[in-house]
Design a protein around this ligand. Structure first.
Ligand code: ATP
Ligand code: MG
Length: 424
């Protein structure tokens, strides 16, 4: 037997049985973004590699180690997107959406990073992204934290912690960078190889290290708050006060630096204790320099991305109620005359009840085996149609989930009866 082809490591199928959670999240996220006036934008999953090198930062892990890059047949270097912000900015500039206008956008879709696959970390994963352009904040930063908080509340997810920090302006960060460089240089031999490499290129990245051996050293490092100018300090205070005024709990984590280079001032992250090591479910912040860096005119911006797989895993861990996506009704049938009438009967039911999820049995078999499949489908009703029914223009309805009697219903009343049984 030839070997079967498997999916690529770190890239997963989402099977029908897992989809109730995905669909519930997709519905509630779309409703939540709309509730704040954000509009959806659909972006390509591939871009010129240069967009990510310039947009995400060529000293970030994402670009240095994790990008899926290849040459297409025309010899052009392109990459699967590792995140959506660079594309959103590129699209905003390209289509003139950002010029003298405020824009509030959201998108969803797969992202690709060549990471070590483990629980909560895939090579293809999915995100919702939210971006606002043209506002200096902090009101819009607060709005986006409110959006994420409301999304979690609507989903019924609890126990998330919000951490915030400020990264100041690039100028403030430069001074801070020098201070960090001096501090870590003095402890050079304690650093791991990764951090030693980062020391000269981007010492802030050391703060983001996940190596527990470095935790103590990192805890003793200078913090950016000591290097903030007046405006950045006021922005951060406005942010803190605004979040508190909405009754959202948060803690300030001066070590929160985020894995992308483009952030300025506000950064935030929602964390959970329910998923093990991969504990960040949503993260974002302000990126006032990015539009200009990618060739647009200077435009302030702020956004966040939410990891769909991790939120879905949380929905599962916390057993939150999800939309019922099982069929409402499962049609079982037998006999020549009945079989011939089934397709038109099913279509007329779908005409009459446009919301109805009706699965028609396929593959024949005894009523007993058909009923087994009806039960397994999760349907609340079985519709039973044999030659007797076909001849008498009736159908039988058998409730599968409550002990109500099976009943015979005239075909011209069946839609109405299904509706009232499902409503009960
Ligand atoms: P982490 O610190 O876990 O690597 P990150 O800082 O790289 O996260 P972002 O780039 O900010 O993450 O992406 C936003 C969200 O996307 C994360 O909070 C997380 O929920 C999710 N995410 C990021 N990378 C992955 C991945 N490889 N697999 C699954 N989800 C991911
Ligand atoms: Mg990462």
């Amino acid at each position: 037997m030839s070997q079967r082809i498997q999916s690529i490591r770190g890239m997963h199928d989402v099977l029908p049985a897992e989809n109730a959670r995905w669909q519930t999240l997709e519905r509630i996220a779309g409703e939540t973004f709309a509730a704040y006036g954000y509009e959806q934008i659909r972006l390509p999953i591939m871009e010129h590699t240069g967009l990510f090198e310039r947009g995400v930062g060529d000293t970030t892990d994402i670009v240095e180690k994790e990008l899926y890059t290849f040459e297409d047949r025309g010899g052009e270097r392109m990459s699967l997107r590792p995140e959506g912000t660079a594309s959103a900015v590129r699209a905003g500039i390209q289509h003139g959406l950002l010029h003298n206008a405020t824009q509030r956008l959201w998108y969803a879709g797969p992202m690709f990073r060549y990471e070590r696959p483990q629980k909560g970390r895939q090579r293809q994963f999915h995100q919702f992204g939210v971006e606002a352009f043209g506002q200096t904040g902090p009101d819009v930063d607060i709005e986006q934290i409110a959006i994420s908080a409301r999304l979690f509340k609507k989903l019924g997810i609890t126990g998330l912690r919000l951490e915030i920090n400020t990264l100041g302006t690039p100028a403030e960060r430069q001074i801070y960078r020098d201070a960090l460089h001096a501090y870590f240089s003095a402890h050079h031999e304690t650093l791991d190889a990764d951090s030693q490499r980062r020391l000269d290129r981007n010492p802030l990245r050391i703060l983001d290290s996940k190596n527990p051996d470095l935790a103590e050293l990192i805890a003793g490092a200078p913090t950016l708050t000591d290097y903030l100018g007046e405006e950045s300090a006021a922005h951060f205070k406005g942010l803190c006060d605004g979040i508190a005024a909405l009754g959202i709990d948060y803690t300030i984590n001066p070590r929160l630096v985020r894995g992308l280079d483009y952030y300025t001032r506000t950064v935030f992250e929602w964390l959970t204790d329910d998923l093990g090591a991969q504990n960040a479910v949503c993260s974002g912040g302000r990126f006032d320099g990015l539009v200009e860096q990618l060739g647009g005119s200077a435009t302030p911006a702020t956004g966040f991305a939410l990891g769909i797989e991790r939120v879905v895993a949380l929905m599962e861990a916390q057993d939150v109620p999800v939309d019922d996506i099982a069929p409402h009704a499962y049609l079982v049938y037998q006999g020549e005359r009945a079989s011939a009438a089934v397709p038109a009967l099913a279509e007329s039911l779908r005409d009459g009840l446009p919301w109805l999820r009706l699965r028609v049995h396929a593959g024949g078999g005894s009523f007993k085996s058909q009923f087994k499949k009806a039960d397994r489908s999760g349907a609340r009703l079985a519709l039973v149609f044999a030659d007797d029914e076909a001849e008498g223009d009736t159908i039988q309805i058998k409730p599968l989930k409550d002990d109500r009697d099976q009943e015979v219903v005239a075909l011209d009343r069946v839609a109405e009866r299904i509706a009232s049984l499902l409503d009960a």
